[in-house]
Design a binder for this molecule. Structure first.
Ligand code: SF4
Length: 64
C-alpha cells in the first residue's frame, strides 16, 4: 500500500508532510511528494485521515 499524489491537484498546502513526514516530503517549492516508503498494514487506519487532510483531494492510496 502506497500513497499517491495527483500533482495536477496539489497546491502545496503542506498538510501531508506535516501530518505524516514518514510518507511525505516537500519539493523545493513546498509541494508534496510521496516518499519511497510503503504504508504497513498496521498503519492502515491512519491513511483515511491523511487522505482527508488534503484540502485539494490530491491524495489517494494505491493497494499493493
Ligand atoms: S496536503 Fe495535498 S495539496 Fe497540500 S502538499 Fe500535500 S498533497 Fe499537496
Amino acid at each position: 500500500m502506497n500513497f499517491v499524489i495527483d500533482t495536477s491537484l496539489c497546491s502545496g498546502h503542506g498538510r501531508c508532510y506535516t501530518l505524516a513526514p514518514e510518507w511525505f516530503d516537500a519539493d523545493d517549492i513546498g509541494y508534496g511528494q510521496v516518499k519511497d516508503a510503503p504504508v504497513p498494514d498496521g498503519e492502515r487506519a491512519r491513511t483515511a485521515d491523511i487522505v482527508a487532510a488534503c484540502p485539494e483531494g490530491a491524495i489517494s492510496v494505491k493497494e499493493g
